[in-house]
Design a protein around this ligand. Sequence first.
Ligand code: HCR
Length: 377
Amino acid sequence: QAGEAVPAAQKSSWTSFLKSLAGFTGDLSSMTAPPFILSPTSLTEFPAYWCERPELFAMIADGKTEEDRALAVLRWFISTLKGQYTSRNESMGSEKKPLNPVLGELFYGYWPESKERGGKTTLVVEQVSHHPPITAYRIANDAKGVVLTGHNAQKTSFSGGSIIVKQVGHAVLTVALPSGEKEEYLITLPRLRIDGLWYGSPYIELAETSFIQSSTGWLSTIEYKGKGYFSGKSHSFKATVTPANVSQSTHVIEGTWHTTSKDNRTNAQFHDVTTPKEEVTVTSIDEQGEWESRRLWHGVAKGIREGDFDSAAKDKSRIENEQRQRRRDETAAGTKWELKHFEHIDSCPVYERLGKMFSANPPTEDAYVYLNNGPDA
Ligand code: HCR
């Protein structure tokens, strides 16, 4: 039934929200949505999903051959999808609308060292643009020599009752090999469809194709399908892994990204995310700086969690007004906001070089270069 999951008092504002989505393109994060769909978490926390299985991230460096490492990168990537795209349904009952980060917002965290993963893995996130929202991040296990850098923005549109989200941006993973050489992987991002809006119970399905291109030539092509395709199951994927200049794939991996998959050639299990994951460790709010996400949004998040939406809205307006004032002051003084941990470049050299190998579209993309000055530097 329509609006089944929507609290009675918010049904009409949910209907207005859905109506305003029709014909909408652009930045969904700035749209006002009814309280029941609000999440107390800022989008700056999302890059942590890349590393909730830190041992898989670290293990990339242990691959003995180019093929082993290409498969290890694919295994780690597929294993992040459950957290990235289904974890709000698990923790909050449905997909929710995250807090829209302010320019300069920061999120720091780490996964402690352990025997399996060798070293501490650190996370630095910065909101590098507000309009449109762009989040830059860097995750590093220095002891293993595995580093991921990337940025993410979204372009949204509405079609057939679903929100379609094109992810803009890419990630680059580098592995420092014992030989002193460096291997690079260009990672493109899947398209999302947000379904279940009619019922007030949104969830994500992944669509189309994403790629992982290695500087060694190995290419993983990942196709995403929902119910009724491949296996008939939600969250299905099929990945083919091909060496350089060979069109026939060496590995075909099929399964559902939120559970398990198999390598068709060997019939061996490829990934398994039915086991517990490890959330990022973050210092307590009292110890955080004023730009750090959980401290910055503390009042709003508390209001949302406790159902006190008036106080959440008041604190949100305070933050937004402060931001507007800051921008006005900068214009008056003829100054510009300075990024803290990243520097913007118009064209990413890794994207250009590796993108050519699989005819990436677009052929060039901008990037944010990490300045090596995070809290653990
Ligand atoms: C689309 C989305 C904001 C962006 C989120 C991204 C794409 C961010 C980068 C992460 O690596 C992966 C990721 C996962 C999320 O699924 C995706 C969010 C889902 C909803 C949210 C919209 C802006 C809010 C839509 C409001 C709906 C729920 C009514």
